[in-house]
Design a protein around this ligand. Structure first.
Ligand SMILES: Nc1ncnc2c1ncn2[C@@H]1O[C@H](COP(=O)(O)OP(=O)(O)O)[C@@H](O)[C@H]1O
Ligand SMILES: N[C@@H](CCOP(=O)(O)O)C(=O)O
Length: 292
């Protein structure tokens, strides 16, 4: 048996829609695999009742098929489904790394990212790699059709998950299909600023580079209390706040030493809107790790 821990991830970071991703040190899924004649899937843990065990409907089924690596797979969900924290991607990435190790394939990690992205197509209709890339490679990743760039970085983060559900498929339907030249210039400037901030471990620059007036406002409208949570996190010391992935989680990049205050400000702001939430105080983490 091979067991892999695969982290939650936060995609987009505002200005990097479908491109940027960050691995979170916690929460994580744990994926166990054993060789079998055909693939079967068992799902346990947080929100497991919402995750199909049919291999044609679960992200890990597509990964096992793409790798031609049939297995008995057990997923222990630590990342709540439909969270905006790359729940489906954590399982897909964990399965890709675990099955590769089980069958002794030693596949290039970038190829494993492409294989795990096929799992994402099962749930969102598109093989976007912005969650599976950091879930496999760790750190900050830039996923483009030409390839994946990954960088280590050190940032303090809060990911606040409200007790509401937003499916990635639904949240993709509200994204505008066109943007103006002014918006393009603004997005390029912000994305470049964010990348410089990541390289320098600079939360101020990263926060400034998370600004986005194109995709984020359309997703924020799906999250009850988003504006109040954004304002409260900023007042408590966050340098940048945005929708995590497709939502409903909200990601805050923080000055070191402020995550406790930011987490409690975000929880209180959601509560004032009548929404329960859980806040993960975390840092940028590693990619999927084999630990048994
Ligand atoms: N292994 C899996 N883990 C989590 N969700 C999965 C998995 N396989 C399929 N799904 C389905 O994917 C959807 C959640 O994925 P998605 O909407 O992208 O949310 P998230 O932002 O948490 O990844 C749910 O409908 C869930 O049933
Ligand atoms: N780029 C995708 C990312 C979805 O992330 P998830 O964590 O919500 O699955 C998008 O924004 O649709």
């Amino acid at each position: 048996m091979v067991t892999v821990r695969a982290p939650a991830t936060s995609a987009n970071l505002g200005s990097g829609f479908d491109v940027f991703g960050l691995a979170l040190a916690r929460p994580a899924d744990v994926v166990h695999v054993e060789k079998a004649d055909e693939t079967t899937i068992t799902v346990e843990g947080i929100g497991s009742q919402y995750v199909p065990e049919d291999p044609r409907k679960n992200t890990v089924g597509a990964v096992a098929e793409a790798l031609d690596a049939p297995a008995s797979i057990t997923i222990d969900k630590g990342v709540r489904p439909s969270s905006g924290l790359g729940s489906s991607a954590a399982s897909a990435a964990g399965a890709a790394v675990a099955l590769d190790a089980l069958y002794g394939r030693e596949t290039d990690p970038e190829e494993l990212v492409r294989i795990a992205a096929k799992g994402e197509a099962v749930v969102s209709g598109e093989a976007h790699a912005d969650n599976v890339a950091p879930a496999i490679l760790g750190g900050f990743t830039i996923a483009t059709p030409e390839g994946i760039t990954s960088m280590e970085t050190s940032l303090s983060l809060v990911a606040c998950l409200p007790d509401i559900v937003v499916s990635t498929r639904d949240a993709r339907a509200v994204v505008p299909s066109e943007l103006s030249l002014d918006d393009l210039v603004g997005t390029v400037g912000a994305a470049a600023t964010l990348t410089a901030g990541v390289a320098r471990n600079d939360p101020e620059l990263v926060g400034r580079g998370m600004a986005d007036g194109v995709v984020t406002p359309t997703r924020a409208a799906l999250i009850d209390g988003y504006d109040a949570v954004h304002a409260a996190a900023t007042a408590a010391g966050a340098t940048g706040v945005t929708v995590s992935g497709a939502g409903p989680a909200v990601l805050a990049v923080c000055q070191d030493g402020t995550t406790e205050a930011v987490a409690s400000a975000m929880i209180d702001a959601f509560a004032e809107q009548g929404v329960d939430s859980h806040a993960y105080q975390t840092i940028v983490g590693q990619g999927a790790e084999v630990f048994v």
